[in-house]
Structure formats: structure tokens, C-alpha cells
Write a protein that binds this ligand. Structure first.
Ligand SMILES: Nc1ncnc2c1ncn2[C@@H]1O[C@H](COP(=O)(O)OP(=O)(O)OP(=O)(O)O)[C@@H](O)[C@H]1O
Ligand SMILES: [Mg+2]
Length: 255
């Protein structure tokens, strides 16, 4: 039987800075074809973890594998080419047109020009009429949309998105949710980090909750919500939301 290598595997990963520990002994696996939510309060270590996955920050301890290949290994550059990403702000050439941004990224991945493919991507993210305009003049949400189109160049098997929806309007958010569902049904894996818990609850199959560098919980959305229901049997007559589970796990009171 052929088994698919999990796109992301983390084992006892840590990142220590001189005066702080950003990520402490985090282990989890993101299986292929799932939409995986990574949540946690500000400073939990989510972006640091994503930077380590993408080889931008070197872990202090532990093992990271992207499609089975650790950063620095012979297979890692190919694994990175199968991965589209946005970290915090999308990396765009602000003075090149939206279409040029896609073309430049295609070239960087060693792919041939594909004007039709670029038009399709612009349509997918709702920027069909803005292909000849420059991100310099875009709103923040439009830049996020273009960042997503850039991340989708080359049909990546894995998308890693840090706060991709924060500036999107409701149409953009619903579109992104639908897109993630389509991508996952074709076997693409999506790791998405966000504070919009109601939104994540609608789009994710699995969730990891981090706080202060630690992994507090991970697993299917259903099991996380069921665990929260057990903890909160007295105060919830209905099924708890992801927000309820998050507040319980991170021990935060609503202020
Ligand atoms: N280059 C760095 N040097 C020192 N400390 C850092 C560095 N980068 C991050 N940190 C620290 O690591 C911790 C985790 O930061 P990180 O950006 O990963 O959090 P986050 O979960 O992404 O938070 P947010 O929800 O605000 O985006 C924070 O305490 C931060 O101050
Ligand atoms: Mg962050």
C-alpha cells in the first residue's frame, strides 16, 4: 500500500532567543489534504513556527520535515517549491503590476510564462479587473488577495498562510473558504494561522492551539470541541464553539 508522506511533521521543535523562548517542544503532524488551523494568543509562537517550516528561522532543537525533508537536506528545495506561502504581509513587488508579480514568481519557481494561468489566478482571487494595476495602489485586502494568487502559482501541494484573511471583506473571506475546500478536495494541504476563530471553525478539519510557545491541544475540530464540552459541562448547554475551546484552553477570561 502506498502511504503519502505528511506534508508537515514537527517533532519536539523549539526556538529559543537570548531572552525568550518563542516555541517550546512542539510536535504535530499535518496530514495531506486537510485544512489545518493554527491558533493562539499574540506571541504564542505561530509565526515563528511557520518561519521555521519555511527555512527562514533555524530551530534551536527538534526535527522539522516538509514533505519528508528537513530544512538543509537535499530534498528541501523541491519541498519548498511545492509550498506556497504568505507570512504576515504578502511579499509583493509594489511597483510591478499584479500580472507581473505572478510572472516574476513563476520565473522564480523555474516555470514557464503562463498568461492564461495568471488570468485564472487573478479571477480566482477576485482581481480579474486589476491585473494591469500595481499593488502600490491596492487596498490592504487587495494586496492580500494578490498575495494569495502569488502563493497559488505553480499549483502548490501545500499552502502555508499566516493571517491571510485579516483584511479581507466578507466576500473575500467566503471566497477563500470555498477555495480552501476545493484545494483540499484535490489533495492540497492548507495550514492557516488566524485569530478569526469563527471563520476557522467553518474552514478547518483539524486545529492546533498554541500559547506561550507550547502546544496546548491538537486534533480534529470535533474532538477539540468535544473536549471543551466536557470541561465546560456546567456553563454550556449547547456545543461549544472554537472560541469557547480557545478561551478554555488558554485560560483567558473575556475582558
Ligand atoms: N527575532 C526575534 N527575537 C527575539 N524574540 C522573538 C523574535 N521573533 C519572535 N520573538 C518572540 O517570540 C514570541 C513568539 O512570536 P511570534 O511572532 O511567533 O508569535 P505569534 O503567535 O505569531 O503572535 P501574533 O498572533 O501576534 O502574530 C514572542 O514573544 C516574540 O517576542
Ligand atoms: Mg504571528
Amino acid at each position: 500500500m502506498k502511504t503519502t508522506t505528511a506534508p508537515i511533521q514537527l517533532q519536539h521543535v523549539a526556538k529559543r532567543y537570548r531572552h525568550s523562548v518563542a516555541v517550546d517542544d512542539v510536535s504535530f503532524t499535518v496530514p495531506a489534504g486537510c485544512v489545518y488551523g493554527l491558533v493562539g494568543p499574540n506571541g504564542a509562537g505561530k509565526t515563528t513556527l511557520i518561519r521555521m517550516l519555511l527555512g527562514l528561522v533555524r530551530p534551536s532543537a527538534g526535527t522539522i520535515r516538509l514533505f519528508g525533508s528537513p530544512p538543509g537536506s537535499a530534498g528541501y528545495p523541491a519541498a519548498l517549491r511545492r509550498t506556497g506561502s504568505i507570512i504576515e504581509e504578502p511579499a509583493l513587488y509594489r511597483n510591478a503590476t499584479a500580472r507581473s508579480n505572478l510572472r516574476i514568481h513563476r520565473t522564480a519557481l523555474g516555470l514557464r510564462d503562463d498568461p492564461r494561468g495568471d488570468d485564472e489566478l487573478l479571477t480566482t482571487v477576485g482581481l480579474a479587473e486589476f491585473g494591469d494595476q500595481k499593488p502600490r495602489r491596492f487596498s490592504q485586502g487587495m494586496r492580500q488577495r494578490l498575495g494569495l494568487a502569488v502563493a497559488l502559482v505553480g499549483e502548490p501541494r501545500l499552502l502555508i498562510l499566516d493571517e491571510p484573511t485579516n483584511a479581507l471583506d466578507p466576500v473575500g473571506i467566503a471566497g477563500m473558504r470555498a477555495l480552501f475546500g476545493q484545494l483540499a478536495s484535490r489533495g492540497t494541504t492548507v495550514l492557516v494561522c488566524s485569530h478569526l476563530l469563527a471563520e476557522l471553525e467553518l474552514m478547518c478539519d483539524r486545529v492546533a492551539v498554541m500559547s506561550d510557545g507550547h502546544l496546548l491541544a491538537d486534533g480534529s475540530l470535533e474532538s477539540l470541541l468535544a473536549d471543551a464540552a466536557t470541561l465546560h459541562r456546567d456553563s454550556h448547554s449547547t456545543q461549544p464553539s472554537l472560541e469557547d475551546a480557545f478561551l478554555t484552553l488558554t485560560n483567558k477570561e473575556i475582558r
